[in-house]
Each structure stands twice: as C-alpha cells, then as structure tokens.
Design a binder for this molecule. Structure first.
Ligand code: HPA
Ligand code: ZN
Length: 326
C-alpha cells in the first residue's frame, strides 16, 4: 500500500503475542519428527487447511494440539528465536510476550524447560537482534483459580523474570471475577495484570477486568465499545487496549475488518495499539496486521504513527525508554 514504507520503518513494540501462537507448521513438522510424535497433518497444506476457524474455541483446539510437539528446552528456544527473527524483519524493537505454562505442564513438560527455553531465546534476541523483551505468564481461564494458584506457586523461582501475568483461553463463561483472589495475590507480588477481555465476552467482562481486578492492560477489548461508560473509563485512565486485527478476522470476532473498532478508538483518544496475537495461525505477523488495518480503515499516516507510539506508551518499559522510540 501507499503506507507500506512507513509501516515497515516505524519502530514498533508488540504487546500481545502468544509465543505458542507463533509456532509455524513447518517447525511443527520438524519437531514432530525430531520428538517422534504423531500429528494429524502429513503435509503443510493439510495443516494450513485446518486453520479455518469460526470462533475462539475452534482455534484453541488446534492451538493446544499444535503445541503438543513442544517437549524440550531446545524446542521452546527455537520457537521463540524464530519469532524474534520475524519480529526483527518488521522493525519490532520491543516485545512483551505471553506464554501458557499450564498447557505444557499438564502434558508433563517441566515448567523450567519451557521457561528457560523462552528466556534463553529472549536473552539471545537482545544480544543478536537488539530486541528488548518482557515475559508475561498467562493463566488459562478454562482451568480453576486453584490451578492458577498452583502455577503461581510452582513458578516462584522465576518470578523475577516475569513483568506480569495474563489471562487467556476460552473467555465466555470464565469472567475475570473467577480469578479475583489470584490476581489480587499477583498484584501484591508486584506483577502487572494483563487480561484478555471483550474478545468474545461481553462488555461486563471488560468492566470486571478494569474495576474489580484493576487490570493494567486489556487484551483485545473490542466489545468495550458497546458501552459508552467503559469508553469514558478507558479514555480517562489511558489503560492500553491491545488490538489484533487479523486475529479478529480469523476468529470471526469481526466479519469484515472495516468494522474494526481501531479507528474509532483512536478518534476517541483511547490508547489502542496493533498486535499479531497468534501470527502462525492468523495469517500474519505485526507488519501484516498494520497493513491490513490501514487498508481496511483507510488510516492516515498520522494514525499509523499514533498506533506505533501507543505501542510504546502502553508497554511496561520505564518512562525514559518509552519516549526514546516515540
Ligand atoms: N484469545 C484467548 N486465548 C488465547 C488467544 C486469544 O486470542 N490466543 C492464545 N490464547
Ligand atoms: Zn491473545
């Protein structure tokens, strides 16, 4: 597009990325062979053909199945470093990355193998690619709050390596309030709180995340736009919204990107930014997400720059480093 050059050159931060969602089918097949694990796909085309979702749950079923071939620290390192190389190609200079430890520990993979694999790649990414990073440990909301406490406890030796905690997986039926005590404890421990809310779930879930939990960031947040009072809170507090255009389209949160709330959120003065969520599954990394939303909403160059600025303002970087990029 006319803005491709600008989109590419702008330094960007990625704030909503599930590292397991960057697991490309090519690598999945390589690791399946190396770890001698059967997968339901014989060819790349077969895998990609399965990536056709009608809702969040259909995606999650494949997402959890795909990560079944991840077994060793080396596997997690390779997956993470491959993402960082893709991010580098899009001029991402800072990333705040989710990971889903419960999806691995429940398969018998040690928490340490998962975490050390990812952390080692992040360290290498800073040295070799100049990308700074933070890690966010996410709780699976389809599991119980008690399961979340078990993870929080098990992860204690690594707490200094996490900037925050997240809440992801199946949203409807699993409101933020289900995890109120867990997040209270996480806040006491000094973690930032990032909650997926208002992707498929109703505006009430965004309200709970903001007002009952005290979220520092709302992931997705699309459906907040249904409630004028929530829009006002988001404007007043400047709590960031991490929008994911191609994810919204793939998961049928939107039937058309022209219905994306991003432009209206910018116009209303909300702190929205653009991210890739699960790029291996949703058809594009962050650059492609900027391209798609720019084209669909006919964003101006000022609006594109604003989105990139918002990605740093909305990050957990120290204030002096936020302004280094904006
Ligand atoms: N929503 C909820 N859970 C997730 C997602 C998402 O977009 N990606 C990975 N886990
Ligand atoms: Zn997500």
């Amino acid at each position: 597009s006319a803005h491709s050059d600008l989109i590419h050159k702008l330094p960007k931060a990625e704030l909503h990325l599930h590292i397991e969602g960057s697991f490309e089918p090519e690598m999945m097949m390589t690791l399946a062979e190396r770890n001698r694990i059967d997968i339901p796909f014989k060819t790349l085309d077969e895998a990609k053909a399965a990536y056709d979702f009608n809702n969040l749950q259909e995606f999650l079923d494949l997402y959890y199945q795909g990560m079944n071939v991840l077994r060793t620290e080396q596997d997690f390192h390779e997956m993470t470093f491959a993402y960082l190389q893709r991010a580098k190609a899009d001029n991402v200079v800072h990333v705040e990355m989710f990971f889903d430890p419960q999806a691995h520990t429940e398969r018998g993979v040690a928490f340490g193998a998962v975490t050390e694999g990812i952390l080692g790649a992040l360290e290498r990414g800073e040295k070799e690619l100049g990308i700074t990073s933070e890690l966010i440990m996410s709780f699976l909301r389809h599991l119980s709050e008690e399961d979340g406490f078990v993870l929080l406890d098990e992860s204690t030796p690594w707490h200094e390596h996490f900037v925050g905690v997240g809440l992801d997986s199946s949203e409807v039926g699993h409101p933020p309030l289900k995890f109120q005590r867990l997040f209270e404890r996480c806040r006491e421990l000094g973690f930032k709180l990032c909650l997926h809310a208002g992707e498929e779930g109703p505006p009430e879930y965004v309200r709970e995340a903001l007002l009952d939990i005290g979220a520092d960031r709302i992931d997705h947040g699309n459906r907040a736009m249904e409630d004028p009072a929530l829009i006002e809170i988001l404007r007043d507090t400047q709590i960031p919204l991490t929008n994911c255009p191609l994810s919204n389209l793939s998961l049928c949160v939107l039937d058309d990107l022209r219905k994306s709330p991003v432009k209206r959120q910018l116009e209303e003065g909300l702190l929205v930014c653009v991210n890739s969520d699960d790029p291996a599954y949703f058809g594009g990394y962050i650059g492609q997400n900027y391209e798609a939303i720019t084209e669909a909403l006919e964003l101006s160059s000022d609006q594109i720059v604003q989105l990139a600025k918002n990605s740093f303002t909305g990050s957990f970087l120290p204030d002096d480093q936020k302004t280094k990029h904006v």
